[in-house]
Design a protein around this ligand. Structure first.
Ligand code: MEV
Length: 425
């Protein structure tokens, strides 16, 4: 990271924007998309959804210190929760001690589902679909010649028989579809809708639902990092204490769904923030993550933490990551376009690698805090600022009101109001 980076958070907002543009090699005007004036206008929003009456802003911060597969990345994060951006940046700095994050992504293969009902002989219909595999794949490829030219398209079919259900027996046909750099919902949904008549004629049944599955288990992103033991010590905590505390905290999530839900929520704090910044569908990512976490029957942690032969802390995260760099809001929303430029990912796979690395860093931030001093201490300063704003503090009063409440250990809206009243006299 460039010199002077340590003081980044102390700089005035415009200075930060200038520095980020400089580091990214972009004209500062490109980052105007992150301001209310230069970002999404109501007129543009009006083309995105229905009944638009305005736009809704959220903070966008830059997580620093991320090195993913040897490349330094500035990571834009959109999130309303304090401590997330700082936590990710700090853990990414610790990960630098082990070379940063090492990430991969599998082929961008999505699953389109077709439900086939009213079958006189479901078992035979299942086999007939396999007999017509080539024809089905060809028909699916005929739907989107551009995607096929780019190297994507139909790859495989898979058919399951659901023997008993409230609707009787039925078949589920999975169309495996490589969507390249798109998120893929539109491409997959179009393909399975178009295939319905062919599938009905092969099986003699009735095709009911035709829709993408958000359990994108074939489109996984994986990241790992090593935190050198020495980098872990802080305050009164020895490096071993921090390391072992993190591993014990992970063991809790690995064995208990109540804890796993919160543990994974911490991962999603990082993941969703980048998914949102880049205009991707965070509900799809959430759905995929939690279904994947429960894929073996019991809901569990998406990440793992342990130690290597030298005693360093090692972490990994593997999860579905159906994000795109083309299509949808990624290209329409000016801030999403600017965020993608900042990240500088050349493909959806590279974006997925960055996102899963941020998820892993975020997970580490939460576990490190929980395993040592707890999360409230770090949270309080930023939380106090939000309380001050909620109590009506002006921009130039926020910092002072927050500091006073933290000193008094009374971070409450009524106290903030009292302080403001005192000052106004
Ligand atoms: C809060 O947004 C996220 C945490 O609860 C995550 C965790 O408990 O691991 C701190």
């Amino acid at each position: 990271m460039p010199e002077g980076a340590a003081k980044f958070y102390d700089l005035p907002l415009d200075e930060r924007r200038k520095l980020i543009a400089e580091w990214a090699g972009l004209p500062v005007e490109d980052l105007a998309a992150f301001t209310p004036e230069g970002g999404l206008t109501a007129e543009l929003a009006d083309h995105m959804i229905e009944n638009v009456i305005g736009v809704y802003g959220l903070p966008l911060g830059i997580a620093r210190n991320f090195r993913v597969n040897g490349r330094d990345v500035l990571v834009p994060m959109v999130i309303e929760e304090p401590s997330v951006v700082a936590g990710a940046s700090f853990m990414a700095r610790l990960a630098l001690s082990g070379g940063g994050f090492f990430a991969t992504a599998s082929a961008p293969e999505m699953i389109g589902q077709m439900q086939i009902l009213d079958l006189p002989d479901p078992a035979a219909a299942r086999l007939k679909l396999y007999e017509h595999r080539e024809e089905i794949l060809e028909a699916a490829n005929a739907v989107d010649s551009v995607l096929v030219k780019l190297g994507g398209g139909a790859r495989e079919i898979d058919v399951r028989l659901i023997e008993t259900s409230p609707a009787g027996p039925f078949l589920v046909l999975h169309l495996i579809y490589d969507v390249r750099d798109a998120m893929g919902a539109n491409a997959v949904n179009t393909a399975v809708e178009r295939l319905a008549p062919l599938v009905e004629s092969i099986t003699g049944g009735r095709v009911h639902l035709r829709i993408l599955s958000n359990l994108a288990e074939r489109r996984l992103a994986r990241s790992r990092c090593t935190i050198m033991l020495d980098a872990l010590a802080f305050g009164e905590y020895s490096a071993e204490q921090v390391r072992d505390g993190i591993i014990e905290a992970w063991a809790f999530a690995a064995s208990d769904p109540y804890r796993a839900a919160t543990h994974n929520k911490g991962i999603m704090n990082g993941v969703d923030a980048v998914v949102m910044a880049t205009g991707n569908d965070w509900r799809a990512i959430e759905a995929g993550a939690h279904a994947f976490a429960a894929r073996r029957g019991a809901y569990t942690s998406l990440s793992t933490w342990g130690k290597d032969a030298e005693g360093n802390l090692v972490g990994s995260l593997e999860m579905p990551m159906a994000v795109g760099t083309v299509g949808g809001a990624t290209r329409v929303h000016p801030a999403a376009r600017a965020a993608l430029k900042l990240i500088g990912a050349q493909s959806a796979a590279e974006l997925a690698q960055v996102i899963v690395s941020v998820g892993l860093a975020q997970n580490l931030a939460a576990l490190r805090a929980l395993a040592t001093e707890g999360i409230q201490r770090g949270h309080m300063n930023l939380h106090a600022r939000q309380v001050a704003i909620a109590a009506g503090a002006e921009a130039n009063q926020v910092e002072a009101v927050a500091r006073r409440m933290v000193e008094e250990k009374a971070v409450r809206i009524d106290r903030a109001q009292e302080i403001l009243k005192e000052w106004s006299k």
